[in-house]
Ligand binder design. Structure first.
Ligand code: URA
Length: 184
């Protein structure tokens, strides 16, 4: 696709992993170097933590979730860095694809990890105040949560720490998921 601002970026296109029939869909940021090589999202350190977070809430990342990113190619870094965050133009280009995947998979719950996923799907950022609150959209429940990479940089488990807030959010996700499955 010639108008893709990331058309020449990365080695592989990285779209999804997990179960396309899952009722839980997770939107990440962008492929990192390991995702770029494997062609699958969230297979590096942040992905390993995401799997653990899901497991703690009794979700299996391959069976119970479908996992995508906000952009599908590794944004190339400048000045020697090998990657960077996606910019506004890149996020906007991939937005219709993100929405189309959400429409096709038709999950009950969508988790938006970090500000880039919020910018892609909600067109707003501010993860610290958005996280943990449900947003209703097209008959689905959306919840912004912290990005696992943020938790990797903040290891404290003290009350009010990012890890402890994430655990509160995931307990709420599990509660809502069970309630929605029961009434589906
Ligand atoms: N890997 C991904 O695929 N997405 C992220 O957001 C971070 C790491």
């Amino acid at each position: 696709m010639t108008d893709d601002p990331l058309a020449d970026a990365g080695t592989n296109i990285v779209v999804s992993r997990g179960n396309p029939r899952a009722r839980l869909l997770i939107v990440g940021e962008a492929p990192g170097p390991q995702e770029n090589i494997k062609g699958k999202p969230f297979v590096g350190p942040a992905g390993q933590l995401l799997d653990k977070i899901l497991q703690a809430a009794e979700f299996d990342s391959e069976n119970d979730a479908y996992i995508i990113n906000s952009v599908f190619r590794l944004p190339p870094g400048a000045n020697g860095a090998n990657f960077r965050k996606p910019n506004d133009k890149e996020i906007a280009f991939y937005r219709p694809f993100v929405f189309e995947i959400i429409r096709l998979v038709n999950p009950l719950i969508v988790l938006l990890t970090g500000n880039v996923a919020c910018q892609s799907v909600l067109q707003k950022t501010g993860i610290t105040s958005l996280r943990g609150k449900w947003i209703e959209s097209d008959g689905r429940r959306l919840m912004p949560i912290f990005h696992p990479s943020y938790l990797l940089r903040n290891q404290s488990r003290a009350p009010g720490s990012p890890k402890s807030l994430m655990w509160d959010d995931m307990r709420e996700v599990r509660r809502q998921y069970d309630a929605l499955i029961k009434s589906a």
